[in-house]
Write a new protein. Structure first.
Length: 214
């Protein structure tokens, strides 16, 4: 605790010692938090210090905090992020659902001890219910069980399915394209998952043969 407090600005530290009798300002708390983050991270292996640098979209949402973000600003953020969505060069958006399930279950990657060449997982079950076969899942995000079935996707390759297939790809690639302050990882935009991995997660969600749609 002493080590942490020593890194805080003087007034913030004094407030903590005094049992928060003098509450630090929001600016001082933000500065203290930034200092603790910088002191707690190091540039090592696959984890780089540039992760502490927020882009304009994340910065705007961080500044909004618990307040509703301005509607015009939210729209601008979504439009800017939508422009970053890249579709596969081969035009194929659906991969192998069995591989997609492995990616959804896999929470490894992007840490100090991981090698940059190793494939990352998606940690999808940390936030969503996906397959009924998995009893352990998070509830931060909505249930994705029957994702394709509920949206009438009987053939992901059909023209009728194109709107929902394109939307799903965009959501996985950069979630802020559809929800300005989404907390969902921007899997493609941030290079967390490869194009082929995203194809496999797409299949998990949309392939009628996937256990998600049974």
């Amino acid at each position: 605790m002493k080590k942490v407090i020593s890194k805080l600005p003087a007034i913030a530290a004094a407030a903590l010692v005094a049992g928060c009798a003098i509450a630090p300002s929001a600016q001082e708390v933000e500065l203290a938090t930034a200092q603790i983050m910088k002191s707690s991270f190091r540039d090592q292996g696959d984890a780089k210090l540039d992760r502490l640098v927020m882009d304009a979209s994340n910065q705007a949402c961080s500044e909004a905090q618990d307040k509703s973000i301005d509607e015009k600003l939210a729209k601008a953020i979504e439009e800017a992020n939508l422009k970053t969505v890249k579709f596969p060069a081969d035009g194929k958006l659906i991969g192998n659902w069995a591989e997609g399930e492995k990616i959804a279950q896999n929470g490894r990657g992007l840490t100090w001890t991981d090698k940059a060449a190793d494939a990352n997982g998606g940690s999808c079950y940390n936030c969503h219910q996906i397959s009924k076969g998995e009893l352990s899942y998070g509830s931060i995000g909505p249930s994705l069980y029957n994702y394709g079935k509920l949206r009438g996707v009987t053939d992901p390759a059909s023209p009728a399915s194109k709107p929902i297939v394109d939307y799903t790809w965009g959501k996985l690639w950069n979630s802020k394209a559809y929800n300005a302050c989404s907390g969902m990882p921007r899997f493609g935009h941030a290079s967390i998952l490869t194009v082929e991995q995203i194809k496999d997660v797409m299949a998990l969600l949309l392939d009628p043969k996937s256990p998600v749609n049974q």
